[in-house]
Design a protein around this ligand. Structure first.
Ligand SMILES: Cc1cc2nc3c(=O)[nH]c(=O)nc-3n(C[C@H](O)[C@H](O)[C@H](O)COP(=O)(O)O)c2cc1C
Length: 347
């Protein structure tokens, strides 16, 4: 089916094609077509106290407003992450802001957290039908100064805590000025300490603790990646998502669209993601759940991410180019897979 509609989607302007796809999935959700879907490929795994039917998830950013997650979930994903959502709605950067690099099966985007805000997302996820694992990815508004970022993350966490199976703190989008500064040193400590206080309060109020992950950038020195991983363990974070898009242009400098400002995703990002995964695994062993994302567009690349240390994988750009068939291909290929390298023990 996707093979039939893909050529038409690829001829449309990239963001128009995305909006059309989300609107179609939303309509299918409203018609409850998700109820007719085949069950996902089964390769169950338990991590962070959650049971994932298989190890393949949808990465954040495709369904920013949680408009279509019921239908996306029915395509066979083991888990779906919606967002990034910011407390207040915001328009994001001026269009055009999404570019295809078909020769590299890659994308460059500078969306800038365009989203309809927490209230809209909550209306969508309250009373959800989807009984798979739902992650909600939260961020800060562009006009919130970086020094007050904690307030936005706490507002996001408080709002979604009861509805999410896990929450992701996105501190790594390259398209919100200053956001990536929250990944390092004192700003990271302040964020994690503030979040820890809010989490304790929420866990007491709601009687349950929602797993919390942090999504990091690939454009960090390995020493910084190690430092971040150690801090996350120390502050009680459950997992890391590695990684967001890159500002680098590895191997694609010759393509015209590579001059566009924004984050690059797809295969050119893959090798760096594997390095980041290995670096985190090598530093903290099994103390964090690791979600590998970046350029995974085949079962082979998903296995490489597993071997580099990922417990779970996510896809975005590969899903855009290859469609839903990729989900089952990866889920089948990962069945029974193991992390090859011996893991250091929990520090
Ligand atoms: C158009 C677009 C929008 C994205 N928006 C978000 C976002 O809102 N939040 C986020 O955490 N990641 C976002 N991402 C990053 C993806 O979730 C993923 O980390 C990245 O694209 C690498 O994976 P891939 O190579 O499979 O695409 C976005 C990616 C793309 C291409």
């Amino acid at each position: 089916m996707y093979d039939l509609i893909a050529p038409a989607l690829m001829r449309m302007e990239p963001e128009a094609s995305h909006d059309f796809a989300i609107a179609s999935l939303r309509l299918a959700s409203a018609l409850q077509l998700d109820r007719l879907a085949a069950p996902p490929t089964l390769d169950p795994v338990e991590l962070m106290g959650l049971r994932f039917p298989n190890r393949v998830g949808l990465a954040a950013g495709l369904d920013k407003n949680a408009d279509a997650f019921e239908m996306l979930g029915a395509l066979g994903f083991g888990f779906v992450e919606v967002g990034t959502v910011t407390p207040r709605p915001q328009r994001g950067n001026a269009r055009p802001r999404l570019f295809r690099l078909p020769e590299a099966r890659a994308l460059i985007n500078r969306m800038g957290f365009n989203n309809l805000g927490l209230d809209h997302l909550l209306r969508r996820v309250e009373n959800r039908r989807y009984d798979g694992v739902l992650g909600i990815n939260i961020g800060k508004n562009k006009d919130t100064p970086t020094e007050r970022a904690l307030e936005d993350y706490v507002a996001g966490l408080e709002a979604v805590h009861a509805w999410a199976d896990y929450v992701t703190l996105n501190v790594s989008s390259p398209n919100t000025p200053g956001l990536r500064d929250l990944q390092l040193g004192p700003p990271l400590d302040a964020l994690l300490d503030g979040i820890a206080v809010a989490r304790t309060r929420l866990a007491e109020r709601e009687g349950s603790r929602t797993p919390l992950l942090v999504k990091i950038a690939p454009d960090l020195h390995d020493d910084d990646v190690k430092g971040i991983a150690e801090r996350l363990v120390a502050k009680g974070i459950d997992g890391v998502i590695a990684s967001n898009t890159t500002l680098a242009r590895p191997g694609i400098e010759h393509l015209a669209a590579s001059n566009e400002i924004g984050g690059l995703s797809g295969p050119p990002l893959h090798e760096r993601c594997l390095e980041v995964l290995r670096c985190i695994r090598g530093t903290v062993g099994d103390a964090l759940t690791l979600i590998g994302v970046g350029g995974i567009d085949s079962g082979g690349r998903a296995r490489a991410a597993r071997q580099a240390g990922a417990d779970l994988v996510q896809i975005y750009t590969g899903f855009v180019y290859r469609g839903p068939a990729l989900i089952r291909e990866i889920a089948r290929d990962l069945r029974g897979s193991r992390v090859d390298s011996p893991l250091p023990r929990r520090p």
